[in-house]
Structure formats: structure tokens, C-alpha cells
Design a protein around this ligand. Structure first.
Ligand SMILES: Nc1ncnc2c1ncn2[C@@H]1O[C@H](COP(=O)(O)OP(=O)(O)OP(=O)(O)O)[C@@H](O)[C@H]1O
Ligand SMILES: [Mg+2]
Length: 268
């Protein structure tokens, strides 16, 4: 009897230690993925700047020189026609570099904030995808930089998903700035996600690509929420971010540390 009690106590302790190890590893993984997202953001910002300031400027200089060449060549000559083609190609490359750079990190986001950058992005998305986007971004006060960047990435990823997976012809984007929280909702009228797949995506993040996992991680870091609703009539993704740290629950990292300490203590 005594041996049995001792053994079950040992097993309970081993169980608690294992549980605490899982919590600790989960917290470590979460910190790692948040770091990765930060590194990715920084890389995108750097690439955007390099593309714009370096390749963009080189192409602009090329275009100026080619324009001189065009002006000094014989009118109606075959040389002029070729040089005009080169100028048009340089123009196209400048536009492509600018779009690529702005999509990597829109300068509007730093300069004037989420609402303007989102409006610009949505307009471009509608043109590129042919999907009808109804959106309203009331310009309020500036939000903290990390919140603006997270909201912008959620918008980008959701619209990319709508284009890639939903088959929708229309999407509605709603942005609300309340005293305590900001809410970004993206609702499409596409084919939706099957109930089984949705359950997997919601519960474990299994079946999820980088997109949903990244959005969820960004929300976790801001102690916000990412909610996904889907039916045969379409999919809605809503991101909710509390604006003030006081309104935020303790971070997962601190929560996990506290849980580990309690679990180990209670079996010692
Ligand atoms: N708006 C949507 N309509 C229909 N299905 C969707 C929609 N958004 C996401 N999904 C489904 O959820 C899955 C996970 O999305 P997620 O963005 O995480 O990955 P992905 O788009 O497949 O790949 P990645 O984003 O890593 O390039 C998608 O593969 C798709 O099946
Ligand atoms: Mg995706």
C-alpha cells in the first residue's frame, strides 16, 4: 500500500514535470516565432529601401540617359524606335520595382499610418486581382507602430488568402477604432473552409500555412485575438487588438512561467 502511494506520488511528480516542460517549450517556441516575424519585418523593410533607393535610382538614371539618346537620334530612324522601346522598358521596370518595394513595406505606413496605407493597398489589390473590395478606413489617431504593422500584415495576408483560396468575387473590409480596442474584419463571399479543416485550423494551427500561423502569432504578441468564421457562404477573419497594455491579460510567456512554478511546487 505504502509502495503504491509512493509510486503514484512519483508518477504525479513526473507528470507535473513533463507538463511544465511542455509549457516551457511552448513558451520558448512562441518567443522564437515572434522573433522570426520581427526579423522578417526588418528584412522586408530593408529590402524595400534597398530596392527603392538603389535599383530604383539606377533605373531612373538609365531612363534619363536613354531619353537623351532618343532626343538626339534621327527622327523616324530605326535607332530611335529601338531607343524608345528601351525607355519604355526602363519605365516598366521602375514601376515594377516601386510596386515591389511598396508591397514589401509601404512607406505610407510609417509616414501617415495604417488607415492610409490600408486604403492604398486595398486599391492596388482590387486592380491586381479583379476582386471587388468594399472598404472603409476611418482615419483616427495614429496607433502604436507595432499595432499598425501587425494590422497591415493581417490585411495583406487575408486578402492574399481571399485571392488564392476563396474564389470570391467580392470582399468587405471593416476597420473600427474604439477607445479600448481596434478591430479589423475581412469578410469574403467565397467557397469557405470545410468544417473539419476549420476545426483543425482553429484548435492546433495544424493544416495552417505560414499565413494564418503568422497572423495568430502577431495577435498573440499584442495579446489580441484572431477569430475565423467560415461557411459555404464565405469566410470572415477578425483581428482584435487591445490598445492599452493595462487592458491586456498577462502574456503567454509569463503565464507559462507561473504555471510551471505552480505545477512543480504543488508536487514537491
Ligand atoms: N478566405 C479563405 N477562403 C477559403 N479558404 C481559406 C481562406 N483563407 C484561408 N483558407 C484556407 O486555410 C488554409 C490556411 O491558410 P494559410 O494562409 O495559413 O496558408 P496558405 O495560404 O495555404 O499558405 P501561405 O499563407 O503559407 O502561403 C489555406 O490553405 C486555405 O485552405
Ligand atoms: Mg495564406
Amino acid at each position: 500500500m505504502w509502495i503504491l502511494t509512493k509510486r503514484s506520488k512519483e508518477m504525479a511528480l513526473e507528470h507535473a514535470e513533463l507538463e511544465s516542460l511542455v509549457l516551457q517549450r511552448t513558451a520558448e517556441l512562441q518567443i522564437l516565432s515572434q522573433r522570426l516575424l520581427k526579423v522578417q519585418d526588418e528584412e522586408r523593410r530593408k529590402l524595400a529601401r534597398d530596392l527603392h533607393d538603389s535599383t530604383g535610382q539606377t533605373l531612373a538614371a538609365l531612363k534619363i540617359n536613354v531619353s537623351f539618346l532618343e532626343a538626339s537620334s534621327q527622327p523616324d530612324s530605326s535607332e530611335r524606335a529601338i531607343v524608345a522601346q528601351v525607355r519604355a522598358l526602363a519605365d516598366q521596370a521602375i514601376r515594377e520595382i516601386r510596386t515591389m518595394s511598396y508591397l514589401l513595406h509601404p512607406p505610407l505606413l510609417d509616414e501617415v499610418g495604417f488607415a492610409c496605407a490600408a486604403e492604398w493597398y486595398v486599391e492596388g489589390f482590387a486592380k491586381r486581382s479583379g476582386i471587388d473590395v468594399s472598404a472603409d478606413f476611418p482615419t483616427g489617431v495614429r496607433l502604436p507602430r507595432n499595432i499598425e504593422l501587425a494590422l497591415f500584415r493581417v490585411l495583406q495576408e487575408c486578402l492574399t488568402n481571399v485571392h488564392r483560396h476563396s474564389g470570391a468575387t467580392a470582399v468587405t473590409v471593416v476597420f473600427q477604432q474604439k477607445p479600448e480596442v481596434v478591430i479589423l474584419k475581412i469578410q469574403d463571399s467565397g467557397r469557405g473552409i470545410s468544417a473539419e479543416r476549420l476545426a483543425l485550423l482553429r484548435q492546433t494551427g495544424a493544416e495552417s500555412g505560414v499565413g494564418l500561423a503568422g497572423m495568430r502569432e502577431r495577435m498573440n504578441e499584442l495579446t489580441g485575438r484572431l477569430e475565423i468564421e467560415s461557411s459555404a457562404g464565405g469566410t470572415t477573419v477578425q483581428a482584435t487588438v487591445p490598445l492599452y497594455p493595462a487592458a491586456r491579460p498577462p502574456s503567454f510567456e509569463n503565464y507559462a512561467r507561473a504555471e510551471v512554478a505552480t505545477a512543480v511546487q504543488s508536487y514537491q
